[in-house]
Ligand binder design. Structure first.
Ligand code: GTP
Ligand code: ZN
Length: 207
């Protein structure tokens, strides 16, 4: 099964029916940028590139069209379970807001229910909704945490993101192997023992 397809959000399905006026406008700007960069926009291989880039950029920022809290609200269930729930190794792709180059890696997200659980798939959907925007990794981490905390009202939320930034690999400082880790916690996860258990569980290779 094509899991990337499975992961597509409603907004992405909408993005597939691209807003023609918006795409044409963005494509016009890319045409000028490509010319300014020294390429011939009339060259056969590049003829459709401004439009392709416009569609790609629309996809890479389609998170603006999604309300992540609504995603959670669409699948919350009352359940008397108050142990840590972790979804780990969620692949994320985002765009650094400084250079508009990708940063990508894994998010590990946990919460401790407080009378309500949420449909598991909704957790990566929330991560996607915030990732598919112009971001800094710290804010992305905090936004996921805050959205889950405020919507589900659990006893605590933990978010850890490990990512590589192409703006630090392809250009600039050119450090090919550096990985940035960010973390954000609420409630029970602010206690050392709970946070330690979470870190141990996301570090385990038991799968
Ligand atoms: N904190 C944080 N910084 C980021 C993120 N993505 C990119 N950056 C940094 O944003 C900074 C922008 O710094 P500037 O000095 O204005 O830009 P620059 O001249 O292109 O910097 P260099 O990348 O050092 O060449 C750089 O240090 C990037 O590494 C992120 O998610 N979080
Ligand atoms: Zn950057």
């Amino acid at each position: 099964m094509d899991t990337s397809f499975e992961n597509q959000t409603e907004a992405y399905k909408k993005v597939e029916n691209y807003n023609e006026e918006k795409i044409n406008k963005i494509a016009g700007h890319y045409s000028e940028i490509i010319t300014e960069l020294g390429e011939d926009v009339n060259r056969e291989g590049i003829l459709k590139t401004p439009e392709r880039v416009a569609k790609a950029m629309s996809f890479l920022t389609h998170g603006y069209d999604i309300d992540p809290a609504e995603i959670l609200k669409s699948a919350m269930f009352e359940e008397d379970h108050n142990h840590m729930v972790i979804v780990k190794d969620i692949e994320i792709y985002s765009m650094c807001e400084h250079h508009m180059l990708p940063f990508f890696g894994k998010a590990h997200i946990a919460y401790i229910p407080n009378g309500w659980i949420v449909g598991l798939s909704k957790i990566p959907r929330v991560a996607d909704a915030f990732s598919r925007r112009m971001q800094v990794q710290e804010r992305l981490t905090d936004q996921i945490k805050t959205c889950i905390q405020e919507t589900l009202n659990p006893l605590g939320v933990a978010v850890v993101i490990e990512a590589k930034h192409l703006c630090m690999q392809m250009r600039g400082i050119q450090k090919q192997n550096s990985v940035t880790t960010t973390s954000s916690f609420t409630g029970e996860f602010e206690k050392d023992a709970t946070r330690k258990e979470f870190i141990q569980l996301i570090s385990s290779k038991l799968h």
